[in-house]
Design a protein around this ligand. Structure first.
Ligand code: SF4
Length: 424
């Protein structure tokens, strides 16, 4: 960690001992991330090498498919593949050939591993290398895993982006990369502010198309926009880039601090950043205040799910006046989450991993006003009278930046309000 001082590290929850649990866990697998990644990377196709269960998960997570040519699909491993009776590599090659001859719009093909492909040890990196040679330079073939054995639902995005880093072209250009898939509207807002404060070369990873992919080198600084990008972080450091450590851009506080850390890294004028963002900051503060009235002094309990838990808890505590009882996260990498942990006042239990029965007991005995958890836990909790928020909704909604700060607060205040009305 190199961007925040020793003194700061001692404040807040940074040094709070982490309760580590390794037991039964309740989360979706990394295939889920294809739902938002295929919208973001517009010349890509995600070919899941998996079972009918994987195909069903994707279909139901994506809702009803109203477009004729979706950009994801499943190459189904049949029983004979799983029993080792057929050469799965030959079959995969045939599927890819059919797909690419039918779809000239595909420039990037991701082979996505699943539980079944992991179990039969199908080497998708070898397949990706072989197929890249066949289809280069038009199509680039990459692979990553979304298997539920290895990944939780946001980790699919991490393994996907990490797979793209080693093949980025090298360059010495002084530049910034914003890392993590953001909704276009949020990305455009950030780019406008960052150009306004004087940063010239900015790219995003993932980019919309192969031709817009960033270059990378020792003069590259990157800032994460999503807190679950652990593997991507390591790959970017390995490629020589420097990380700008900052709280994540949720709420007015997080967004301002995120922008100020970038400003510092590029030796630009912090006052100018504050000036440019002045009206957006005021707007965000005022609108959060209005929306978060119902949240003041309410207690929140986070189950580990999206890996957004720590920055979101910081937002709810510092900007909405809530009290965090427990902040659970599937993984806690202090190199990435340190600045947010620093800003959360001491008090909550910080837990990593899950032993779901123990955590349910802790939750029920602490009587939270709102519990943030996965779909599997939400319904049973509601039937016990708890108010819940589905963690997955936080991934599908635009919640970063100033203009979305009030929407973020209202994602939490709406269920609290609804509960109050029902109790009248
Ligand atoms: Fe289920 Fe594994 Fe397929 Fe995910 S990857 S849908 S957990 S079988």
């Amino acid at each position: 960690m190199n961007n925040f001082s020793e003194v700061n590290l001692k404040k807040g929850c940074f040094d709070t001992p982490i309760v580590k649990e390794r037991g039964q866990r309740e989360v979706f697998c990394g295939l889920t991330s294809i739902i938002w990644l295929h919208r973001k990377i517009q010349d890509a196709f995600f070919l899941v090498v998996g079972s009918r269960t994987c195909a069903h998960l994707l279909q139901s997570a994506a809702g009803v498919m109203i477009f004729a040519e979706p950009r994801f699909g499943t190459a189904i491993l049949e029983e004979k593949d799983l029993a080792g009776l057929a050469d799965a590599h030959d079959e995969l090659d045939r599927e890819v050939e059919k797909l690419l001859s039918r779809r000239p719009d595909i420039n990037q093909l991701f082979l996505v591993g699943s539980c079944p492909s992991e179990v039969i040890k199908l080497d998708l990196s070898r397949a990706a290398e072989r197929l890249t040679k066949v289809y280069a330079p038009k199509v680039r073939v990459l692979n990553f895993t979304g298997s539920g054995i290895e990944t939780t639902f946001t980790q699919g995005e991490d393994t996907c982006i990490a797979s793209m880093v080693p093949i980025l072209e090298k360059s010495d250009k002084r530049q910034l990369i914003i890392v993590g898939a953001l909704p276009d509207v949020v990305e455009d807002q950030f780019l406008k502010i960052l150009h306004g404060i004087g940063i010239k070369n900015i790219s995003t990873l993932p980019s919309k198309n192969k031709s817009e992919n960033p270059t990378i080198g020792e003069n590259t600084s990157f800032v994460l926009a999503q807190p679950f990008l652990n593997e991507t972080y390591e790959e970017l450091i390995k490629a020589g880039a420097k990380c700008i450590h900052a709280p994540f851009p949720f709420g007015e506080e997080g967004t301002t601090k995120w922008l100020l850390e970038i400003t510092k890294e590029f030796n630009l004028n912090e006052n100018k950043t504050l000036e440019i963002t002045s009206s957006a900051r005021t707007r965000a503060r005022d609108s959060i205040k209005k929306v978060s009235e119902k949240l003041k002094d309410k207690k929140v309990f986070f189950f580990p799910d999206s890996q957004l838990e720590i920055p979101l808890a910081r937002f709810l505590v510092n900007e909405c006046g809530m009290k965090a009882l427990e902040i659970g996260s599937p993984y806690i990498n202090k190199k990435i989450l340190g600045p947010d942990l620093n800003l959360i006042p001491n008090g909550p239990v910080i837990s990593e991993g899950q032993d779901v029965d123990l955590q349910i007991e802790r939750c029920l005995s602490s009587s939270p006003d709102i519990t943030v958890c996965g779909l599997g836990l939400a319904n049973p909790f509601e039937s016990k009278g708890l108010t819940t928020k589905w963690a997955i909704e936080l991934i599908f909604s635009p919640i970063h930046g100033y203009e979305q700060a009030a929407d973020l607060a209202s994602l939490f205040s709406r269920p609290v309000k609804r509960k109050e009305i029902l109790n009248l």
